[in-house]
Write a protein that binds this ligand. Sequence first.
Ligand SMILES: *Cc1c(COP(=O)(O)O)cnc(C)c1O
Length: 435
Amino acid sequence: MHLYSTNHKSELVGIEEAIFQGLPPDNGLYMPESIPSLSKEFWDTCDKLSFSEIAFEIANAFFKDDIPMEDLRALLEKAIDFDAPSVEITENLYCLELFHGPSMAFKDFGARFMAAVMSYFLKAQSKQIHILVATSGDTGGAVAQGFFKTENINVHILYPKGKVSEIQEKQLTTLGENVSAIEINGTFDDCQKLVKAAFLDEELRSKFNLASANSINIARLIPQAFYYAYSYSRLKTKGLPLVFAVPSGNFGNLSAGVIAFKMGMPIKRFIAATNVNKVVPKYLETEEYEPIKPSISTISNAMDVGDPSNFPRLKALFGGQYEEIISMISGCSYTDAETKEGIKELKELYGYVACPHTAIAYLGLKDFAKAEAEPFSGVFLSTAHYAKFLPDVEDVLGEKLAIPERLNELLDKKKVALNMNPDYDLFKNYLESNL
Ligand SMILES: *Cc1c(COP(=O)(O)O)cnc(C)c1O
């Protein structure tokens, strides 16, 4: 498999290079040269296959020249050892729950798979790498959990002191082993500056292999196609065309859905559901792309993105053709007040408790249904467990909610983090004496 940069179509790289580079030197995004399709027979009979068999078929279509089949199977078994059920909410309405992984958010799929693939390639070269990540909350948790105990990889996570939730902080700081947490006396921007400075430091890079676990790494995108195909496989037997509503921020999740569609998954439509950072819904309506800077803060804060980094990929998947994009994707956006109404409605009508991001996808599907005459099955993606956003959800519903055992255990664990001022010399010193 070869990949090009969305900024320079002519220069191709192998998938291993694309994964370790993360970003092409020209600041574009890596895209597979072509999206492989799976046979009609596969899509017709996938209801007979398990999650891991479906995941294997998709992954193998991308990695078959680079990872032997048996190794890929073993790697997948280990990386994705959690479920992604399509739970029936009511007739023809389903919630695709993506929060059954270690950090209880859908980013686990990408992070765990990327960690496993990186570790596989490194083992073959007996190489060690150090991953540096700056996080404002959710990404760091998934990366920490994803790379925990992964051979040949050490992870250093920088987060802004006092600016992440208690659960998020515990997810970063209680693992130990190959995962180190550094609490920066500053903002998320300060954390990001330190990581960027390290990547630009030639002297440091000549001594250590540094890599990023950036959310736009191609290895994080491919595994997100698995659960769309799996949901399709379980719901196709109901006989109605499917519509997937995707709560979106950087648009990695939706891009992965489109990849599954381009691989032949027969579905009716996608709904791109956002909060008031509605750059893409506006583009779908007007063909004008206007970034919102700075992004607007909302209660669905994992989607507070004013210039979605995967947007060039989404366009490239449709050959840059606006007409093709809008033939498959509709957009919609919701305010915090509407989001709260969505959370309430899901609980009152169906007894289902959802996080704010999930509620936005539900609202998108509901509004789509109002204008759609043909029958369909609607699937809204749940990108996080409600307990990760507990104060807001409890506030909206006016009641105390149960916290899953996994998160409760975390809260009892002791935080271990190195406190540091946002000063590059200090950070470099730390790296040189710890790597
Ligand atoms: C990251 C995240 C999103 C947005 O996903 P994108 O792939 O960036 O569009 C939505 N919900 C939650 C809970 C997230 O953590």
